[in-house]
Design a protein around this ligand. Structure first.
Ligand SMILES: Nc1nc2c(ncn2[C@@H]2O[C@H](COP(=O)(O)OP(=O)(O)OP(=O)(O)O)[C@@H](O)[C@H]2O)c(=O)[nH]1
Ligand SMILES: [Mg+2]
Length: 270
């Protein structure tokens, strides 16, 4: 009998200890959950309004004969402070630059799964391929064009007197035929094409007297090269520029930006 009461009493003691332990664990879990909740809340507050940045890229292909001034035009565009006279001939097939347009589009989305607002900012960005002006670089250019999703092509010619042959030799019918093939394979049509007559400062004073007739003069002198370009690209926008003096660079850049961004700088093609 004594043994039975001893067993019952130890069972009671064990049950009491077990219930106390269970209460302690429950309390600890509660505290832990509360602290987790508090931490999660803090994290939510910290992350609320977080903004991600992404880029809407457009490839910009710059093509034209040696010494026409392709690298100089790119330099005048993206490093306006750098002296154009110091640029050197492009030594490889192409040199790649990136240019991020000012302004962006913005969208805020509430993410239900984590309970925070997430912002998405999208900038338009040009990936510029400044090609060397020699035939050996062309296959690489044509391959890149045929793989590009969204792209602009800029042809740079020199309008320096007596250099018309340089332009005509580069923009020969064979080159344009190869270009047409590449465009046929491309995923998308070109957003736009431009023809720049660079080295406006080397035209005679007489020709430079009037900007419009100086452009007509340059087009007429280079009608072989321009005719070949037009046979494939229709009517590209033409500009008379000088990377050296900055003449005509701003209107050209405005027209180029207009293909990629709206008035607020938001990407057009996102
Ligand atoms: N006077 C004058 N010289 C220029 C102008 N633009 C470029 N140049 C000069 O022309 C030369 C060739 O310029 P680049 O920009 O290297 O020509 P490119 O077309 O990139 O040449 P490659 O890379 O060899 O195909 C350099 O000595 C430049 O300083 C310009 O508007 N006016
Ligand atoms: Mg160059």
């Amino acid at each position: 009998m004594g043994n039975v009461s001893w067993t019952i009493s130890s069972l009671n003691t064990a049950l009491g200890a077990f219930s106390a332990l269970a209460t302690l664990i429950a309390a600890l879990l509660l505290v832990r959950t509360e602290s987790l909740r508090a931490r999660l809340k803090k994290l939510q507050e910290l992350c609320d309004g977080i903004t991600f940045t992404k880029f809407e890229d457009t490839s910009v292909f710059i093509l034209g004969p040696r010494t026409a001034g392709k690298t100089s035009v790119v330099t005048a565009w993206i490093h306006i402070w750098k002296e154009v006279m110091k640029v050197s001939a492009t030594p490889v097939d192409f040199v790649e630059h990136r240019y991020q347009f000012a302004g962006a589009s913005y969208e805020a989305v509430f993410d239900n799964s984590v309970g925070i607002n997430i912002g998405k900012r999208t900038h338009a960005r040009a990936i510029i391929y400044d090609y060397a002006g020699e035939d050996a670089a062309l296959p690489s250019a044509l391959e890149k064009i045929s793989q590009a999703k969204q792209y602009v092509i800029i042809f740079v010619l020199t309008c320096e007197p007596e250099k018309e042959r340089l332009n005509a030799e580069y923009f020969n019918t064979n080159f344009l035929k190869r270009m047409q093939n590449a465009l046929g394979k491309a995923e998308q049509p070109t957003l736009a094409s431009f023809v720049l007559f660079n080295k406006h400062d080397l035209l005679s004073n007489e020709v430079r007297l009037d900007d419009d007739s100086a452009l007509v003069h340059s087009k007429t002198r280079n009608e072989v090269a321009l005719g070949n370009i037009r046979a494939v690209f229709g009517q590209p926008k033409t500009f008379l520029v000088s990377a050296e003096t900055g003449f005509g660079i701003s209107p050209f850049l405005r027209a180029l930006s207009a293909c990629m961004v709206d008035a607020e700088g938001a990407p057009k093609n996102a």
